[in-house]
Design a protein around this ligand. Structure first.
Ligand SMILES: CC(C)(COP(=O)(O)OP(=O)(O)OC[C@H]1O[C@@H](n2cnc3c(N)ncnc32)[C@H](O)[C@@H]1OP(=O)(O)O)[C@@H](O)C(=O)NCCC(=O)NCCS
Length: 240
């Protein structure tokens, strides 16, 4: 049965492991067995599962099957409205910023499910975020803002649209030396103003359950909890 699992070609190619995902957020013992058999047949090495947080039966099933909890996915949302905060020292991305931005992106994402799952080599994880950011900078339907410190770029925020009504913050990152100085908040203000002027109804962002600093930052800018999910990874390493 393949309907409940999908091979992730991009992830597989990028990490050099055959990676798939269970598509539903709830499992029965039957659907889990089917997923595991499908993985065996396809030679899958890593299976992702984003579990509904209120489904203890699915949690018990995947834990018994050797899945490991790697992250709590926290999605927050903000009902767009005019904001009076004036972001300072923020401007739009320029092509000449890219090297500096890639450097920041490859160093700051240290508590995500990819960085904490040690099956993924640290240099590939660093490259993942640098590539993700580059993709946004090069995508004409995304908008990237950068915060300027004295001689360097302090950080960036990427903005995109799920649909004309829903904006989404993709990546927010502040260089290690510039953290805790208000740049993150300034960038979120800039994103909020951009989305408000673009006419969206709502803006969403995903962060990690363990990332209290990011959650407090978004909350201080008016974001509230929208959706929670439990990220599990199952590695079939014995087979390889
Ligand atoms: C999370 C992050 C974007 C916050 O940006 P920042 O510029 O460091 O944060 P700010 O200076 O704007 O501060 C925002 C809030 O976080 C608090 N804060 C910032 N750094 C902190 C730290 N290291 N420890 C505790 N609180 C901290 C500030 O006090 C402030 O809270 P307050 O409004 O209650 O005073 C930044 O630290 C970062 O890039 N981290 C790594 C990547 C990441 O986690 N990205 C987030 C989304 S996935």
């Amino acid at each position: 049965m393949t309907e409940n699992c999908q091979k992730l070609e991009w992830d597989s190619q990028f990490f050099g492991h055959r990676i798939a995902r269970i598509e539903s957020d709830r499992l029965t013992s039957h659907s889990l067995d089917e997923a595991l058999i499908w993985c065996e047949k396809k030679g899958i090495e890593c299976l992702y599962f984003l579990c509904a947080p209120d489904d203890d039966a699915s949690v018990a099933l995947v834990e018994a099957a050797g899945f490991h909890l790697v992250d709590i996915r926290v999605e927050l949302s903000w009902k767009a409205e005019h904001t009076s905060a004036i972001p300072i020292a923020i401007r739009e991305f320029r092509e000449s910023d890219l090297d500096e931005l890639r450097q920041i992106a490859s160093h700051v994402y240290t508590n995500t499910r990819f960085s904490l799952d040690k099956h993924f080599p640290a240099d590939r994880v660093a490259e993942l975020y640098a590539e993700w950011l580059t993709g946004s900078c090069r995508n004409s339907s995304h908008r990237v803002f950068v915060a300027l410190a004295a001689e360097h770029i302090a950080g960036f925020i990427t903005c995109q649209f799920d649909n004309p009504d829903i904006g989404r913050i993709g990546l927010l990152g502040i260089s290690q030396q510039a953290q805790g100085q208000g740049y993150g908040q300034q960038l979120v203000y800039a994103a909020q103003q951009f989305f408000d002027s673009a006419g969206v109804r709502e803006v969403r962002v995903v962060t990690q359950g363990r990332n209290i600093v990011a959650q407090r930052l978004y909350q201080s800018c008016g974001f509230r909890s929208h959706k929670i999910g439990l990220w599990y990874h199952k590695w079939f390493s014995a087979r390889h």
